[in-house]
Design a protein around this ligand. Structure first.
Ligand SMILES: C[S@@+](CC[C@H](N)C(=O)[O-])C[C@H]1O[C@@H](n2cnc3c(N)ncnc32)[C@H](O)[C@@H]1O
Length: 317
């Protein structure tokens, strides 16, 4: 991180998320995406002296920010842990916690991640092509582009970026690599994509979709989300709330289908007399940012918040 600059994050749907999450001020709440703690702080402000916030983030810088410096949270009701959605059940065991009253997932990247050129998330700044949220492990975007074959690159850019020119982008990346000039920086990636993507969408940089695709892939974001949602069924006490804020349609589709599957009984035409499945969630709908929020924070543009409540069905499964 650039030590001289403090990168700030403006929390999206802040009041709406906390209103939806808190059912009792004495409960234990899990913030699955600490970021810079905007939601965690608002949550603590809403809880009583008996309430508790357990926060996680897979980014070591986010965890460090929670522990010291301007964004640190010094509150006996708060703890921060370096882990990801996929490992949250192990953390619960470690902490001796059975259930929580609410789980918040404010997905995607934080402004400190996007705005720091050294993290390699943005085409707006030149920096090493890293894109890992968890910089302590895994493969960077540059490492992936150095080893993947053309077909794998096409799949990632098409499936995670919904890029029409995925084949052209992949071909250009492989051609550049084969000429002895692998893509190592965000600037180089933007340049290659700009040469391969022929039509520019209104208001969108040609590199937007390719950057989104690589970021989702490098961080296994969709798989992590599936794991986090699955864990919520085990984690949440009856009456507890699941609140998920998504920033693109691939994420929102997963959340929407998950809540629908757990809250609606659809008749299976092949087995119309099969016993009904127990419904483990009750959908409480979706919310989008107000015009006022969008004006104040353009990064809230694509946000969608979905809320569901855990029922008593199939507890502990
Ligand atoms: C949009 S920011 C959260 C901002 C936060 N709510 C706030 O108000 O400051 C998303 C954060 O979630 C973290 N994150 C994303 N996916 C994660 C995962 N699978 N497990 C743990 N943390 C994750 C990112 O590293 C990032 O810091």
């Amino acid at each position: 991180m650039n030590a001289a600059i403090t990168f700030r994050h403006t929390s999206v749907l802040l009041t709406e998320a906390i209103d939806a999450l808190v059912t009792t001020p004495d409960g234990v709440y899990l913030d699955g995406t600490f970021g810079r703690g905007g939601h965690a702080r608002a949550l603590l402000a809403r809880l009583s002296a008996h309430g508790r916030v357990v926060a996680i983030d897979r980014d070591p810088q986010a965890v460090a920010a929670a522990r010291s410096g301007e964004d640190a949270i010094d509150d006996v009701r708060f703890s921060i842990h370096h882990t990801s959605f996929a490992h949250v059940m192990a953390l619960m065991v470690e902490l001796g916690l059975d259930q929580v009253q609410g789980l918040l997932l404010d997905l995607g990247v934080s402004s400190p991640q996007i705005d720091d050129p050294a993290r390699g998330f943005s085409f707006r700044f030149d920096g090493p092509l890293d894109m890992r949220m968890d910089t302590s492990r895994g493969e960077s975007a540059a490492d992936f582009l150095a080893r993947a074959d053309e077909r794998q690159i096409v799949e990632v850019i098409r499936d995670h970026g919904e890029e029409r020119f995925a084949v052209q982008v992949a071909k250009a990346l492989v051609a550049r690599r084969e000429s002895g000039r692998p893509v190592l920086t965000t600037g180089q990636l933007s340049e290659v994509v700009a040469g391969a993507v022929k039509t520019r969408e209104a208001g969108q940089d040609p590199a937007t979709r390719t950057f989104q695709a690589l970021r989702i892939f490098v961080n296994a974001e969709l798989e992590e989300l599936e794991q986090g949602l699955k864990a919520s069924l085990q984690l949440l006490a009856p009456g507890g709330r699941l609140v998920v804020i998504s920033f693109h349609s691939l994420e929102d589709r997963i959340v929407k289908r998950f809540i629908a599957r757990e809250s609606r009984n659809e008749i299976d035409r092949r087995a119309p007399f099969a016993p009904e499945r127990p419904l483990r969630l009750r959908s409480l709908g979706r919310t989008k940012p107000t015009q006022a929020e969008l004006q104040a924070n353009p990064r809230a543009r694509s946000a969608v918040m979905r809320v569901a409540e855990r029922t008593t069905a199939g507890e502990g499964k």
